[in-house]
Design a protein around this ligand. Structure first.
Ligand code: BGP
Length: 484
């Protein structure tokens, strides 16, 4: 008899934890030989909802380089994790973290991107972080490139647009794989590779004279260089540390059709393909046909070296990770038919949204976990998910029931997906401790279980305070997701 059960519970070795990025927490940008990174020259937004991350031009870059304050450029001060890491990791351990996802700042190891020797003080800092995690049996999950690179590389090669950057990056990856060999079971190559390539932090200052098509050409060429660098990093890691696993990281945005009209369903499918294209290459080791067609129809030519395709095919990633914050709705755009595939986004009337207009969709997480497992048959890892909110500190407390509700609903859907048969390795919620927002470069968009006393202008004691959600998450981990 065919007898199967569908357990609705998390596997025993499920990796619960939290995720941060160097440029949003560390600070200490001028200490111990660190070079300036691209993330650190992005100015704070004037308006809370404004996105500051991609608006760097040659002129504003000059001003940023001359400015030595960390008030206008808040990622330079982060939350001073550089000096608080012991206290912060102790708090993560108190919640029972099994894993902590963080990134290594390339500019701490190679301050100018391609220095003759790595910076010893930079390597030593991550030695200390790893030793602290080991003390509590917290496994590290390290992102090699989280939205930043040494500024010198954008000035020399226009960041990833230059093929030279591959060599520089793989020198950095080889250095850290060797140094931390045997201590790091999980690595990720490029954070949100689909959005990363689209900003200054990876492809240099915006040249406003370029047409949209010329800009696209640069973006996709830069992306190709990242694909190659990612495959090489995978090869290096498997040779240096065969036990360790390496994954891709995508900002996953499931797209729903605006109506059941097949023309809209097709528009949504195309939009979804354009999102999954990135993991398609990294997991399957080749450019998918639908994208080759898109390039051909839009006059984009990817320059490849002879060995590139064989390298991509030989070194696909071991697992697939993604961030999950929202879903999209797409409809065929009747008015702009000239490009054939033009689509427009829209709001989903069935969903609520965060203070920043991000549409909250827990069921969408189950949908996408199923879709991605079907597509790749590789282990999945949710490495970011969370709620940015304007928390209020009242008499020493933050009552963030809204955050608990948000996280509970998403965790419930992961549980459903596991019962659907999805192989899910773990969950690192975004920003377990309040940090500087990537998109707005401000402090007031808070995600944490731990409040950090610092305002948008950098005033505050930096004191760490547990929010209500802190105890809730501790209970979730202690019961392996049974008590939500
Ligand atoms: C992801 C980034 C993170 C993080 C998160 C929240 O896109 O990988 O670095 O910042 O989004 O975004 P934000 O900080 O803009 O609220």
């Amino acid at each position: 008899m065919y007898n199967v059960t569908f357990p609705k519970s998390f596997p025993k070795d499920f990796l619960w934890g939290g995720a941060t990025a160097a440029n949003q927490v560390e600070g200490a940008w001028r200490i111990d030989g660190k070079g300036l990174s691209t993330a650190e020259v992005v100015k704070k937004a004037d308006d809370r909802r404004q996105v500051s991350m991609s608006d760097v031009t040659a002129e504003t870059l000059k001003v940023a380089l001359a400015d030595t304050t960390d008030v206008a450029y808040p990622k330079r001060r982060g939350i001073d994790f550089y000096h608080h890491y012991q206290e912060d990791i102790a708090l993560f351990a108190e919640m029972g973290f099994k894993v902590y996802r963080f990134s290594i700042a390339w500019s701490r190891i190679f301050p100018n991107g391609e220095d003759a020797q790595p910076n010893a003080a930079g390597l030593a800092f991550y030695d200390r972080v790893l030793a602290e995690l080991a003390k509590y049996n917290i496994q590290p999950l390290i992102t090699l490139s989280h939205y930043e690179m040494p500024i010198a590389l954008t000035q020399k090669y226009n960041g990833w647009a230059g093929r030279e950057t591959i060599t520089a990056f793989n020198r950095f990856t080889e250095t850290v794989f060797q140094r931390y060999q045997g201590k790091v079971p999980y690595w990720l190559t490029f954070n949100e590779i689909n959005t990363g390539t689209w900003g200054f932090h990876e492809t240099g200052a915006i040249d406003k004279h370029l047409s949209e098509k010329e800009q696209l050409q640069i973006r996709y060429q830069s992306l190709h260089h990242q694909f190659v660098a990612s495959a090489r990093a995978t090869q290096q890691l498997h040779e240096i540390d065969p036990q360790a696993k390496i994954g891709a990281m995508l900002a996953r945005m499931q797209t729903y059709p605006g109506t059941p009209n097949p023309i809209d369903v097709r528009a949504a499918q195309l939009e979804d393909q354009k999102n999954l294209f990135f993991t398609d290459v990294q997991a399957r080791g080749e450019y998918p046909e639908y994208m080759n067609r898109y390039f051909a129809e839009n006059g984009i030519t990817i320059k490849m070296a002879d060995e590139d395709q064989a390298l991509l095919a030989a070194y696909p990633v071991d697992f697939i990770s993604f961030s999950y914050y929202m879903t999209n709705v797409t409809q065929h755009d009747q008015s702009a038919d000239s490009m054939g595939n033009m689509v427009v986004g829209g709001r989903n009337p069935y969903l609520e949204e965060s203070d920043w207009g991000w549409q909250i969709d827990p069921i969408g997480l189950r949908i996408t976990l199923n879709a991605m497992w079907d597509r790749y048959r590789k282990p999945l890892f949710v490495v970011e998910n969370g709620l940015g909110a304007l928390d209020k500190l009242e008499n020493g407390h933050v009552h963030d029931q809204y955050r608990i509700d948000y996280l509970r609903q998403h965790i419930e859907q992961m549980k459903e997906a596991i019962a659907d048969g999805v192989h899910l390795m773990g969950y690192t919620m975004w920003g377990p401790i309040d940090l500087i927002s990537f998109s707005t470069s401000e402090m007031s968009k808070r995600y944490g279980f731990i409040y950090v006393d610092q305002d948008d202008d950098g005033n505050g004691t930096l004191k760490r305070i547990k929010k209500d959600s802190f105890d809730w998450y501790r209970k979730v981990i202690a019961t392996n997701g049974e008590d939500l």
